[in-house]
Design a protein around this ligand. Structure first.
Ligand code: ADP
Ligand code: GLC
Length: 515
């Protein structure tokens, strides 16, 4: 279960994962149902249950429907349909910020997912994603603790981002129908607040996060956002599995959204894509010989753009162009707008969410910059590798796990990395990349090294299946069977989005990911 998933809803990489992992599990013989909220515009094909009775706080009940979202790529989709909660402009937030009833919305979502497992899709394993699904394991082990149908279903919980806690004032307990007994420091309480991510971390059977490096990082105060102690306590049940890439969507050999197709065997099409990108950003065609650095991102603190702000003018002293696509926090939008105004014809900015343009930047740029402060996995650097677009990244989380520093002596490596979180270190990495770009032969080596890497979902999906089976084993279940007969079914709701500043703790990202 997840709060967003392609092709129905997306605010960030979670949606890519929630589409691709189930597909890859089906390819390995599992039966998978994905539970998502029915947001505005989500089309359903039928009603599975017209009215589920969902107890909220006190005497309040809500009556969500379960809608059938059909079967796509072998994956069954169910939507939790409660228009008052989900038929809104945004996913987690509207024009005046995070929706104030996010705790209730996702509490209902979690209860509905459990009910789906009871009445619609008998489930062997729940796979939950991010804070929006944190209540599922909490409820399963408390309110549903005596229910023979679901009480022993194991839960695997994936942390996509430790910076978003789903933290709310204590008063939401009542409105969301959260059992009072779990409000204590060893439960979902976090310094007087309700913390739904913490619920997921404590009550699930296994925890995963989306890279090996991030699994270590979240156990330290620098990356744990106050929950590093919990992560350490659960260290023996915490596994890092790097995200994969859905190459049916992200492969320059097949990509219909780009100006020309190309592959490692013949890179000619990439020049055509570069010309198209110059045009798209209003850059002169004379720039064809200069490197374009691409950025496609949510504009959030996590992404490290303050380093660009710090060294913008030194950066632009290099003979390069910058093509930026993103939306999010206003100060970063302003930063890039100001850069575009200061360097017309060399810096181009599109403040938008546009998937086709994201593909066009991946294909047309020479380098791709991700200076993240932290990055649980990151997908764009892996897309970049496939598109022969050399990543320049900070060595953190999944960026560190997926990009290998170019080594001139041995001709190995796929990109450029810097460790220290400083503008100076970023600049140094960009200059290294610029230096190697001058030598066509060397540059092609780096491109081809990246293009030959395989980050498909096959490996990660196999790791998840091992974990589902381990989770069943710790709950006393049998090993999940594969194949057509008695195939393991895994379903899960999940999501992302709330994060209120955590009292006197290190601040947690205050807003949900941009809608
Ligand atoms: P995060 O989930 O932290 O935002 P990821 O790298 O995992 O980071 O995933 C981001 C996903 O969202 C990628 O698929 C990326 O292409 C996409 N994306 C981000 N911003 C935009 C945008 N402005 N327009 C189109 N796609 C975007
Ligand atoms: C989060 C992380 C990102 C990761 C994505 C999918 O949003 O910020 O690094 O790739 O989830 O797991």
């Amino acid at each position: 279960m997840a709060s967003e998933g392609l092709p129905f809803s997306k605010t960030g990489g979670l949606a890519d994962v929630v589409e691709a992992l189930p597909k890859a599990l089906v390819a390995q013989g599992y039966e998978v149902a994905v539970v998502l909220p029915r947001y505005r515009g989500t089309k359903a094909t039928a009603v599975v249950m017209p009215s589920l009775t969902i107890p909220m706080g006190g005497t309040r009940l809500r009556f969500a429907a379960i809608a059938d979202g059909t079967v796509l790529n072998g994956v069954r989709y169910y939507f939790v349909d409660d228009p008052a909660y989900f038929d809104r402009d945004g996913v987690y937030s509207g024009s005046s910020g995070d929706y104030p009833d996010n705790a209730e919305r996702y509490a209902e979502f979690c209860r509905a997912a459990i009910e789906i497992a009871k009445h619609v899709w008998p489930t062997d394993v729940f796979h939950c994603h991010d804070w929006q699904t944190g209540l599922l394991p909490v409820l399963l082990r408390t309110s549903y603790g005596d229910d023979p149908l679901v009480k022993d279903i194991p839960v695997v919980f994936t942390i996509h981002n430790m910076g978003y806690h789903g933290q709310f004032p204590k008063e939401v307990m009542e409105r969301a129908g959260i059992p009072q007994g779990v409000f204590f420091p060893g439960g979902i309480e976090f310094f007087g607040y309700v913390n739904l991510l913490k619920g997921g971390l404590i009550y699930s059977d296994y925890l995963t996060t989306v890279s090996r490096k991030y699994a270590q990082e979240i156990q330290t105060p620098e990356f744990g956002y106050g929950l590093d102690g919990v992560a350490r306590d659960r260290g023996d049940r915490l596994v890092g599995i790097l995200n994969g890439v859905d190459y049916s969507a992200w492969d320059p050999e097949k990509d219909k959204l780009i100006a020309a197709r190309y592959s490692a065997k013949n890179l000619d099409g990439k020049q055509v894509c570069k010309q198209a990108l110059l045009e798209l950003f209003g850059f002169s065609a004379e720039n064809l010989g200069r490197p374009i650095i691409g950025i496609v991102s949510r504009f959030a603190d996590q992404k490290g753009f303050d380093l660009i702000a710090e060294k913008a003018h030194e950066l632009m002293r290099e003979d390069l162009l910058l093509a930026v696509l993103g939306t999010g926090e206003k100060r970063y939008e302003d930063l890039f707008r100001a850069l575009a105004a200061a360097y017309p014809g060399r810096v181009g900015v599109k403040i938008a969410y546009d998937n086709a343009m994201a593909h066009q930047i991946e294909a047309g740029a020479d380098m791709f910059l991700m200076p993240s402060r932290y990055e649980p996995s990151g997908l764009n650097q892996m897309y970049s590798l496939k598109y022969g677009t050399v990543p320049i990244v900070r060595a953190t989380g999944g960026l560190d796990d997926s990009v290998e520093t170019f080594d001139l002596e041995h001709g190995t490596g796929t990109g450029f990395k810097f460790k220290e979180y400083s503008g100076e270190a970023l600049l140094y990495a960009v200059r290294q990349a610029m230096h190697h770009y001058m030598d066509e032969r060397i540059w092609k080596r780096i491109q081809l090294n990246g293009m030959s890497k395989d980050f498909s979902w096959k490996g990660p999906a196999a790791e998840y299946t091992k974990l589902y089976e381990a989770a069943r084993a710790v709950r006393g279940g049998e090993t999940a069977a594969r194949g057509a007969a008695g195939a393991a079914r895994s379903s899960g709701p999940a999501s992302r989005g709330a994060g209120k500043a955590a009292g006197n703790q290190k601040p947690v990202a205050t807003s949900n990911k941009a809608d």
